[in-house]
Ligand binder design. Sequence first.
Ligand SMILES: Nc1ncnc2c1ncn2[C@@H]1O[C@H](COP(=O)(O)OP(=O)(O)OP(=O)(O)O)[C@@H](O)[C@H]1O
Ligand SMILES: [Mg+2]
Length: 265
Amino acid sequence: MTDAPYSVAFDRASVHFSGSDAPALERLSLHVEPGELLAIVGASGSGKSTLLRCVNRLVELSDGCVAIDGRDVRTFELGPLRQSIGYAIQGVGLFAHLTVAENLALVPETLGWTRERTNARIDELLAAVRLDPPTYRSRRPRELSGGQSQRVGIARALVAHPRLLLLDEPFGAVDPILRPHLQSELLAVLREARTTTLFVTHDVDEALLLGNRIAVMRDGRLQAIGSPRALLEAPPDAFTAELLCGDELLHRYRRARLDEREGRR
Ligand SMILES: Nc1ncnc2c1ncn2[C@@H]1O[C@H](COP(=O)(O)OP(=O)(O)OP(=O)(O)O)[C@@H](O)[C@H]1O
Ligand SMILES: [Mg+2]
């Protein structure tokens, strides 16, 4: 198996959950390049989590296609598909009866890594998400705060050098002081690994900071997609303008931050 990052393509993908009239995803088409970080924003219920879950087949499409490296996800075996994709979910989803280290070791063990390699990787990632390895390795999820659990969730998604990362509001419970540190740690890890990433967030500033491009979701549809600069400078519609730009002062602040970010690069 090579570890080149995956591309992801949605082609008129639709999801209709039984019992609900409106589709959760409606004819969504978009292409994510290998190594790209696509930030996904939009109101609650607009289909962001559903979009991610179609990729690792936690949700099956009603219509259309999702392909990884040009291959329909339905043609992969589920186990290997999910092992090659790192996934951190809104509700964290750590196994309560396992320690932090045991939670992180699950996929490496399946892949047959040596204990030394697994332990070294676990310590590296715990440090990257600012959890002191000796302190946190043997804790159980109930002994962690919400934000600490989320950070373990991010470490777990990254542990086996995935070819694709699906991150669903990974910093939602992390306090505003630590958040910028984790954002830059995550960026550094992703840049080094060049992992293709779909990153759902409610935080527009986070999307502008992290995304190579931003996708705006509305009622299960892709409302807009483009680079942070393109969307900030010329939002294609009023909804996108209101969501991304805010009032005049905020708009100016965000463009200045973007200048700063791009100047730093
Ligand atoms: N398993 C399910 N069964 C039925 N309806 C569902 C299911 N999962 C999601 N939905 C519905 O699909 C729509 C999209 O949900 P989704 O979780 O993708 O939204 P979201 O954009 O991630 O929202 P949030 O920002 O609140 O996390 C919502 O109307 C939701 O109620
Ligand atoms: Mg969601």
